[in-house]
Design a protein around this ligand. Structure first.
Ligand SMILES: C[S@@+](CC[C@H](N)C(=O)[O-])C[C@H]1O[C@@H](n2cnc3c(N)ncnc32)[C@H](O)[C@@H]1O
Length: 417
């Protein structure tokens, strides 16, 4: 017997499948070189920075795969095996259409509450994006992931943050008071109400920047404004929930939450020292507030027993790392000066390494480790260089791994030929 939460979710995602499904996988993804943020080839260095890249088969679960996510990932990663589970038969119908049209052989689908599916083999990687925050108790999802994940495995988790959505959540309270149903009239009413808001109303700004596409699509409006169950998280609450279920944050999947030191470059030394000395949970709490870019919190988590591999909880051994361009960030190199446009956070940086021995492109290529890049540097040059690199990593404008990072676009090209 399905409980009310699961019945509501099943009905909603059968009547309003979300996201608006991909019609042509080659046209909308492959030819455009578009990829999912959780694609295991593309983000290997974020999932397993402690391991060299391998194309060996991974067993991957997508819990709440929706209308196209599983098919996209399976098509783009033919070397891995995928299982997609969703409550919505209609969403899975679309996934099946994509499987057939694109001759996908490495994906199995189940129409169930993912928490009740039993598997013989544990997973290397579990993806759950926009799902557990709709459960009555999101912890039950994490408990299931723990049980079904290999010890060295990782999960990619996306849940809503509680800051940027604050104003729209106030407006939603009105819709709840009016007891709006998930139907055409409510959808039109909501659209009109949002259009009429003052242009400076934070919910209007949010709607026009964050969910513009969703506003033009009935399922988008239902998913965003008429959901019956949603949980919004502060990063601190999320860390506690993860800890309770024996997980820790291993890495962030993008730079929406983490950047912090960029806000304090001109701060007095005692303030900098105070911030530096705070526990990581407090630092992340501050950065969530200052960045205010948490509509989605995209995390990579590992079992707490693997905390040693978390790049959030451990100091980075700078000499050993290979650094790489951060997705969503643009770089312009001019001598030993680099201009950076962080499109994810609307931020600009101008960093002058002031060192003619440095070939700056090497820090974006992921091919040489920092020890090798700095062999010719004297002590002061090395210290200056390393402090800038650390600043870039802390502020999500440079990525890294303890192993060479191979250009993910190459995998993509191979896969799509
Ligand atoms: C917001 S959609 C996201 C879909 C997909 N993860 C993506 O990012 O495109 C949430 C999906 O999770 C599914 N879902 C929610 N709770 C679930 C559960 N307990 N078991 C299986 N699927 C679930 C819904 O049916 C819906 O298709």
């Amino acid at each position: 017997m399905k409980n009310k939460n699961i019945l509501d979710l099943t009905n909603q995602y059968n009547n309003y499948i979300y996201p608006k499904p991909t019609q042509s996988l080659p046209e909308e993804w492959i030819k455009k070189n578009r990829f999912q943020i959780c694609d295991p080839n593309y983000c290997w260095h974020r999932l397993w920075p402690e391991k060299p890249y391998s194309s060996k088969r991974l067993n991957v679960l997508i819990a709440g795969c929706g209308s196209d996510q599983a098919a996209i990932l399976a098509k783009c990663n033919p070397n891995h095996s995928f299982v997609g589970v969703d409550l919505s038969e209609n969403s899975l119908k679309h996934e099946k259409k994509l499987i057939k049209e694109n001759n996908i052989k490495n994906l199995k689908l189940y129409c169930e509450d993912f928490r009740s599916v039993k598997f013989e083999e544990k997973f290397d990687y579990i993806i759950s994006s926009g799902v557990i925050h709709h459960l009555d108790d999101p912890g039950t999802g994490l408990k299931y992931f723990y049980k079904n994940l290999k010890d060295e495995g990782v999960i990619y988790l996306m849940v809503y943050g509680d800051k940027k959505s604050y104003a729209t959540n106030q407006v939603k309270k009105l819709f709840q008071k009016l007891d709006l149903k998930q139907n055409k009239d409510s959808i039109n009413f909501i659209k009109n109400t949002i259009t009429k808001l003052n242009n400076l109303h934070p919910a209007k700004i949010f709607s026009e920047t964050e969910i513009k596409r969703d506003l033009n699509h009935p399922s988008g409006i239902v998913d965003f404004f008429l959901h019956k169950k949603e949980n919004f998280f502060s990063i601190k609450e999320l860390i506690k929930l993860l800890e309770k279920n024996k997980f820790v944050i291993k890495n962030f999947a993008n730079g929406r939450i983490r950047p912090l030191s960029k806000f304090f470059t001109d701060a007095p030394l005692d303030i900098k020292e105070k911030i530096d000395s705070l526990p990581i949970e407090d630092k992340l709490e501050i950065s969530q507030i200052l960045n205010w870019n948490d509509r989605k919190i995209d995390l990579i988590c590992c079992k707490s027993s693997n905390k040693k591999n978390s790049v959030i909880y451990n100091n980075i051994n700078l000499e050993k790392i290979y650094t790489y361009q951060y997705h969503g960030v643009e770089y312009k190199i001019d001598g030993s000066n680099i201009k950076i446009n962080d499109k994810i956070n609307n931020g600009f940086f101008n960093l002058n390494f002031d060192n003619s021995k440095l070939e700056i492109h090497e820090i974006l290529d992921g091919k040489k480790n920092l020890f090798d890049i700095t062999t010719k540097f004297n002590k002061t040059e090395k210290r200056n260089f390393m402090s800038k690199i650390l600043f870039m990593i802390e502020n999500s404008i440079l990525d890294f791994s303890y192993h060479p990072i191979v250009d993910y676009k190459k995998y993509y090209a191979i896969k799509t030929n």
